[in-house]
Design a protein around this ligand. Structure first.
Ligand SMILES: Nc1ncnc2c1ncn2[C@@H]1O[C@H](COP(=O)(O)O)[C@@H](O)[C@H]1OP(=O)(O)O
Ligand SMILES: [Mg+2]
Length: 368
């Protein structure tokens, strides 16, 4: 872990009006409020509610000996429930904004038992209970196609379903995209230690960023926000990098070669979900490598929109393996990009050079 991982920024008030309760209201932002103040506040509250819902299911899952890890139903129920909750709250406050969400209600419409569980779960965190039909409709409100013009939200109700089922990391990821650029990002990480150096300490954290306004972290149950920034480290051999737990999502072999080329000796931090972006943004790691395993896989916008703005606003850099910026303007996927490389910024060029060398070598080996 880098030196910055141990340092903690002092909590400071953020420049937005805070709400004294977690109830959502359609109140207008203060006339003096910063740009996107209402979007920021609503997104935080939506992510808190969805995270609370997921956390409840997750705690039961990790404590219940009766549920086998192969049983995917808990994560399915939480996934649909979280999407229904976030979509419902965003639509209530921003009725003009469409949503690009990961899930649709097709499977749920065919399974009455699961549907009833989703309805009960979603209503447990909503102020006004919704009917079964309203829940299905809220889920399908996430079917927008995205694109270059206007604004839309993008949501992964549970990013890292495999981490959720393993009792490890997962995230609720929400972002606002306007004219192709991510403007607001909120990541709820219900099981992430508030300090990576203290895995036994309190868990559950939220990362928030608005374009041009910095990145912040807060817990699920306190409004106090701490400004976060990436590590100041400049000596690449002293850095640590994070990557997926799932070898099928990112090439761990190539990551190890890149680390070796850069002289990195620390073991990689393997973690599921966009929690990796949060960990990098607060300086607990210095590099994030997502190296394509499949030549045809297209990354989804909901898997990177929230995380990428949080890194950028914390002072870091994000691009694909070719150095291209992630393009959120062409639909539901990042089809013009391959993989993701993120860093604290100061070591970015060195990392990119090593990435190019290793990927070029792999390419040559494959063609021999
Ligand atoms: N072949 C793949 N390459 C990269 N990411 C993938 C691949 N298959 C699935 N994913 C996505 O990786 C994300 C989790 O990433 P991580 O490994 O960082 O936790 C999930 O959203 C998952 O999408 P999906 O939920 O559609 O399967
Ligand atoms: Mg995902």
């Amino acid at each position: 872990m880098s030196k910055a991982a141990q340092s903690t920024a002092s909590p400071r008030a953020h420049p937005y009006p805070t709400r004294s309760s977690s109830r959502l209201s359609a109140s207008k932002p203060e006339p003096t409020a910063a740009p996107y103040a209402k979007e920021r506040a609503v997104a935080i509250q939506a992510v808190i509610r969805a995270s609370t819902l997921c956390q409840g299911v997750f705690k039961k899952l990790v404590s219940a000996e009766t549920i086998t890890k192969k049983d995917k139903s808990p994560v399915t129920v939480a996934d649909f429930g979280a999407q229904a909750v976030v979509n419902n709250l965003i639509r209530a406050e921003f009725p003009e904004d469409p949503i690009v969400g990961e899930e649709d209600s097709k499977d749920l419409r065919e399974n009455a038992e699961t549907r009833e569980k989703v309805v009960e779960l979603a209503n447990s965190v909503l102020d006004k209970p919704l009917s079964s039909d309203e829940i299905l409709e809220a889920i399908d409100y996430g079917m927008y196609e995205g694109g270059p013009k206007g604004r839309f939200w993008t949501l992964d109700p549970i990013d890292g379903t495999k981490g959720f089922l393993r009792g490890e990391q997962f995230a609720v990821a929400l972002a606002l995209v306007e004219d192709g650029e991510v403007k607001v990002g909120v990541l709820g990480c219900p099981n992430l230690p508030q300090k990576l150096s203290d895995p036994e300490g309190p868990r559950g954290t939220i990362f928030v960023a608005v374009r041009g306004q910095g990145a912040f972290e807060r817990s699920l149950d306190s409004e106090l926000e701490t400004k976060i920034s990436v590590s100041p480290i400049t000596n690449v051999s002293e850095t640590s990098f994070c990557e997926s737990v799932e070898a099928g999502h990112s090439s761990q072999g190539e990551a190890a070669q890149i680390a070796q080329l850069l002289g990195i000796t620390r073991p990689s931090v393997r973690m599921d979900s966009q929690c990796k972006y949060g960990v990098l943004a607060r300086g607990d790691a210095d590099i994030y490598l997502r190296l394509p395993v499949s030549a045809t896989y297209e990354e989804k916008i909901w898997d990177h929109a929230g995380g990428s703005i949080i890194i950028e606003e914390a002072g870091g850099k994000v691009c694909d393996i070719h150095g291209k910026p992630l393009d959120f303007s062409i639909g539901r996927t990042l089809r013009d990009n391959k993989g993701v490389i993120a860093s604290n910024g100061s070591i970015h060029d060195a990392v990119m050079e090593a990435v190019q060398k290793v990927l070029q070598k792999s390419k040559e080996e494959k063609t021999v």
